[in-house]
Design a protein around this ligand. Structure first.
Ligand SMILES: Cc1cc2nc3c(=O)[nH]c(=O)nc-3n(C[C@H](O)[C@H](O)[C@H](O)COP(=O)(O)O)c2cc1C
Length: 267
């Protein structure tokens, strides 16, 4: 996969292409859609976003229309203009092993519309954690690889086994890349109320840098770095430790023009 420039819009933050109203497509190497699951999901009740200077906690809970509705939208031409303007990464997940397989099976006939499929194996806001059992994970990775004939990226977190061990398994199962990292489970106290969610933003940068460094030293996988990238310097640091591309997420809420500034380093 060659991304020009090597800058990806992170899944979830960019919705289903909305940020193309704010960022020129020529500054985006690939745009990842919000994760699509087998069943439609309404997501979690509010509050769903807690914003502070250095981090954001979200508990969106993978709100999405479900794969069948998404396919109807695809067929109706709803995303045709988006596909013409930018390369798209399809992100998918399930509530259990079988649902991951079912989404892959349903989407296989449409895979040539996309530059890659990203399998979200690490959402902290759902109950199924595929990274907690490496035997099952290996079975899942092998099965998805057999069903899909496209550049396949595993989106990993740091909760579960060491990320480099999981990445080695990803490579062993014939996958092409990893996105490192997802949000991490976190908690916010608001008076008497406790809000659980996934933390993102600048606070993640050193953790994601370590993950990229470890995975680069142990695999040849394509690495999309994700976590706290909010400046040209952040992007440079990730390339120094071995990223092939950088993903931009939480900062989009504050300053979408950062994508253009990072991209200009590559022109
Ligand atoms: C509001 C919100 C929604 C997200 N939704 C998804 C999602 O649907 N799928 C996914 O793989 N990651 C999702 N993420 C994680 C981001 O794609 C990204 O990996 C993470 O936020 C770390 O990068 P950042 O610090 O640049 O935001 C979400 C993050 C946020 C803040």
């Amino acid at each position: 996969m060659e991304l020009k420039p090597p800058i990806v819009i992170a899944s979830g933050i960019g919705g289903m292409g909305e940020y193309l109203k704010l960022i020129e497509p020529k500054f985006i190497g690939a745009y990842t859609l919000k994760t699509i699951t087998f069943k439609p999901k309404k997501g979690n009740p509010p509050p769903r976003l807690i914003a502070t200077e250095n981090y954001l906690i979200n508990s969106i809970g993978l709100e999405n229309p479900g794969v069948e509705n998404f396919i109807e939208q695809l067929k109706s031409g709803q995303y045709d203009e988006l596909f013409e303007r930018v390369k798209i990464i399809f992100s998918f997940a399930g509530d259990n092993f079988e649902e991951y397989e079912q989404v892959a099976e349903k989407m296989a006939p449409f895979q040539n519309k996309f530059i890659a499929f990203e399998c979200n194996l690490s959402c902290p806001n759902v109950h199924f954690n595929p990274l907690s059992d490496l035997t099952t994970l290996k079975r899942l990775l092998s099965s998805l690889r057999r069903k899909l004939d496209i550049f396949l990226i595993a989106k990993l977190g740091i909760e579960g086994a060491f990320v480099e061990s999981i990445a080695k398994l990803v490579e062993l199962c014939g996958w092409d890349g990893v996105t490192l990292i997802n949000t991490i489970r976190a908690l916010h106290v608001d008076g008497e109320r406790i809000i659980k969610g996934g933390v993102s933003g600048p606070i993640l940068k050193p953790i994601a840098l370590r993950a990229v460094h470890e995975v680069r030293s142990k695999t040849k996988l394509y690495i999309i770095a994700s976590g706290g990238i909010a400046s040209e310097k952040d992007a440079e640091d990730f390339f120094k430790v071995g990223a092939n591309a950088v993903s931009v997420g939480t900062i989009l809420y504050k300053d979408p023009s950062i994508v253009e500034r990072i991209a200009k380093n590559f022109s």
